[in-house]
Design a binder for this molecule. Structure first.
Ligand code: BJW
Ligand code: ZN
Length: 249
């Protein structure tokens, strides 16, 4: 099928969806200047996932891990949402029954105006105390020190980024809501994810099981391409607006 025809069919499937789910990964933010994880030149060419994104790594080398997260926090803060984030936010205004389930921690969906966002892997703009669980939003409080400590009372516990590391459970409420929405949706757009990290990667599979139309946008095939009805090969920032605009091209 020609790319143009595929885009037209995918547009129709999205427009007629009654319950629409958008599942995103690092690829949607790449055009905003936030590196992905597993591509060549990605974040983890130098920093291996297993070395940095675990609680053991943090306990062993809290200073380095904090340095890495501060660097990425600055990057995310300076980044601007791209046309793909705006197209997703636009879809929310066109569909009553809508949800974004994102693996990203960069806040860019929300900054583009999306409100119905489930953050599967947390948010880099928040931190919490390992000792008492106290949560701190970056906008409310600036955490001081190489390894920041808990600002609540005289707790003094070590603060960590509010993200989900390997071997850690996702927030059960967020995961349950995502799974439920996926199992009931009739259309699922999968954008910019390698689809190898579980349990998140299960989300489009659940949608597929409900016979939802699966539309994938990625410049490269992923582990989820085999379940896609439409694989739209290309950059999210270029393809997504074509799926949402009223008069494309
Ligand atoms: C573009 C583009 C453009 C480029 N436009 N696209 C088997 C079954 C089930 C679980 C496991 C299992 N084996 C191991 C596990 C456990 C593990 C896991 O899944 N490991 C796999 C790697 C095998 N999962 C966990 O540990 C999870 N917890 C869990 O399972 O709890 C239960 C448990 C408890 C105790 C013991 C055992 C189990 C937690 C997973 C947490 C993941 N966290 C991270 C880090 C978050 C914090 C941080 O950012 O620092 O989340 S890892 C990292 O990967 C990050 C991402 O959200 C996640 C997914 O990556 P993503 O988004 O797909 O990025 P990439 O780089 O992989 O792909 C980018 C894509 O974009 C590519 O396809 C490009 O082509 C594309 N692209 N430009 C559109 N312009
Ligand atoms: Zn505390």
């Amino acid at each position: 099928m020609l790319m143009q025809d595929k885009i037209q069919e995918a547009r129709d499937a999205i427009a007629s969806a009654e319950k629409l789910l958008v599942f995103t990964g690092a690829g949607i933010s790449k055009e905003s200047g936030v590196p992905t994880f597993r591509e060549a030149g990605g974040l983890w060419e130098k920093f291996k996932a297993e070395d940095f994104a675990t609680l053991e790594a943090f306990k062993r080398r809290p200073k380095e891990v904090w340095e890495w997260y501060r660097f990425r926090r600055n990057l995310a803060r300076k980044a601007e949402p791209n046309p793909a984030h705006y197209a997703v936010a636009k879809l929310e205004t066109l569909h009553d029954d809508f949800m974004v389930a994102t693996q990203n921690i960069d806040n860019l969906h929300q900054r583009a105006g999306a409100k119905k966002v489930l953050e599967l892997h947390g948010n880099i703009m928040r931190s919490y105390c390992l000792k008492c669980g106290h949560k701190v939003d970056e906008s409310e409080h600036k955490l001081e020190g190489e390894v920041p400590t808990c600002p609540k009372g005289d707790c003094g516990g070590v603060m960590r980024p509010d993200v989900v590391w390997f071997g850690e459970f996702l927030d059960p409420k967020v995961l349950e809501q995502s799974f439920k929405f996926a199992a009931e949706c009739d259309c699922c757009i999968v954008i910019g994810t390698s689809g190898v990290v579980y349990p998140a990667a299960q989300i489009p599979v659940l949608a597929r099981r409900n016979d939802a139309c699966i539309i994938e946008i990625n410049p490269e095939p992923s582990a989820l391409t085999r379940i896609a009805d439409y694989f739209l090969k290309g950059k999210a920032g270029e393809i997504m607006p074509m799926l949402v605009e009223e008069n494309p091209g």
